[in-house]
Design a protein around this ligand. Structure first.
Ligand code: GCU
Length: 419
């Protein structure tokens, strides 16, 4: 079995290498964020907000992510633990279980650290995590998740379940002490609390809560896992708005990779997120899909058929027919600040395509009289750009979220949230 997995990995790596060596297609024409479907040129904020923004949001809903159900469900917030002198007294750690149903069947667990070094309410970074809350820090007070894990290497995970050994295993993605020292809180949730990251597991997540009579899976234009995960971020925001120690007007939503795709979609739909940060989100996230560089729609939809709506599969190998491209996903975040980050060895996610999305979203920020990015030429490694409302950097190294990334996010967030 190990041999087969090894061979499979070698094949995947070579396949990715081949796909990456293919140069980007630069002959594309992007859909114009500022021309409505009826051909009207959008020149005012009013027309953007009344006509074009709703149109673009709808196009993403119908063709890409799928629709998020509008039904509001009652939430229950149960604080399961509070420690006011966590992490050697530097932090207050709260754990809150948010129930989505009257019974105890549907819930997610929020882990919240707040800095003790500032007067609360505190600004907060909010993001989903891959390894369970206990993986973000070695703090033994964190509840170990008993959910199913897709990426589950022993000894941290055995039979797809987390063990004690998983504590702190993803701490390099979550520099908690640095975030706290900078005067921010951190709220995080294991994404598998909302839906397991596996095709065929939709009914093991929260989606059935929204089914109509007789429905057994989301319709072709309804959400996939990314929509479900993004919904979870908005429910975390519902909680943060109720927590007096949090400044809910100052919440930056952040995510890495598939969870970066998720952060962008959450930020596009929910205007309560003050800043949106995409870390190495790639295809279906920040990257311009028409470049067909690195991962493509078809490759992603085949490997992860459960992430987006069934409708999105219509665009496998038909990028140019998609009525949107991903600069418009970034544009939906305007006028709120947005930050896109890439990594030099993460060609699979198309760093240049990620930059270009941020650049092409600029036109919409300009409508608001705000500064975006002013050149189509992506910067080199370790040269963060953007002194306006759009920020970008290319970190040296692999596909990951690292201290360098966080340093830039904090620097960017400081300009808006520390005023
Ligand atoms: C795969 C996938 C990407 C995704 C990444 C991740 O590489 O192809 O689309 O962003 O996993 O989530 O780590």
């Amino acid at each position: 079995m190990k041999k087969i997995i090894f061979l499979f990995s070698v094949l995947m790596v070579s396949f990715c290498a081949i796909a990456q060596n293919k140069p980007a297609d630069t002959s594309y024409t992007l859909p114009d964020a500022l021309v409505s479907q009826s051909g009207k040129k959008i020149t005012t904020v009013k027309d953007w907000e009344k006509i074009r923004r709703p149109e673009i949001l709808k196009l993403f809903e119908e063709n890409v992510h799928g629709k998020t159900p509008v039904k509001k469900i009652p939430l229950r917030f149960i604080t399961t633990s509070i420690n006011t002198s966590a992490l050697n007294g530097t932090a207050t750690r709260k754990q809150v279980r948010i129930y989505f149903s009257k019974d105890d069947k549907y819930y997610m667990d929020v882990l919240l650290y707040l800095p003790n070094n500032i007067k609360k309410p505190a600004p907060v970074f909010l993001g989903l995590n891959f390894g369970g809350n206990q993986a973000i820090h070695a703090d033994t007070g964190i509840l170990i998740s008993d959910r199913w894990f897709r990426y589950a290497e022993a000894p941290a995970y055995v039979n797809h379940l987390a063990t004690e050994a998983s504590r702190g295993t993803q701490s390099s993605d979550w520099p908690v002490e640095k975030i706290l020292a900078a005067g921010y809180g951190l709220a995080t949730i294991y994404y598998g609390d909302l839906q397991p990251d596996s095709s065929g597991s939709v009914n093991a997540g929260i989606a059935p809560l929204f089914y109509t009579a007789g429905q057994t899976m989301p319709a072709d234009d309804e959400w996939g896992a990314i929509g479900v995960w993004a919904w979870g971020l908005s429910r975390a925001m519902d909680y943060l708005q109720k927590d007096k120690d949090v400044d809910a007007k100052k919440v930056a939503v952040v995510g890495h990779s598939r969870l970066g795709k998720t952060a962008l979609w959450a930020g596009a739909q929910d205007k309560r997120f003050a800043i949106v940060i995409s870390n190495n989100s790639g295809e279906g996230g920040a990257a311009i899909t028409r470049r067909k560089y690195g991962e493509t729609i078809a490759v992603m939809n085949k490997a992860f058929p459960h992430w987006f709506s069934a409708n999105f599969k219509k665009y496998n190998d038909r990028e140019n027919d998609l009525p949107v491209d991903f600069h418009e996903l970034i544009a939906l975040i305007a006028p709120r600040p947005v930050y896109v980050a890439s990594a030099s060895k993460d060609q699979w996610a198309d760093p240049v395509g990620e930059y270009l999305s941020a650049y092409h979203a600029t036109a919409v920020y300009v409508l608001y009289g705000l500064k975006g990015l002013n050149t189509p030429v992506a910067p080199g490694v370790s040269q963060p750009v953007g002194d306006g409302y759009i920020g970008y950097h290319l970190r040296e190294g692999e596909h990951a979220m690292r201290l360098y990334d966080w340093e830039q996010y904090i620097r960017f967030a400081d300009r808006f949230l520390k005023k």
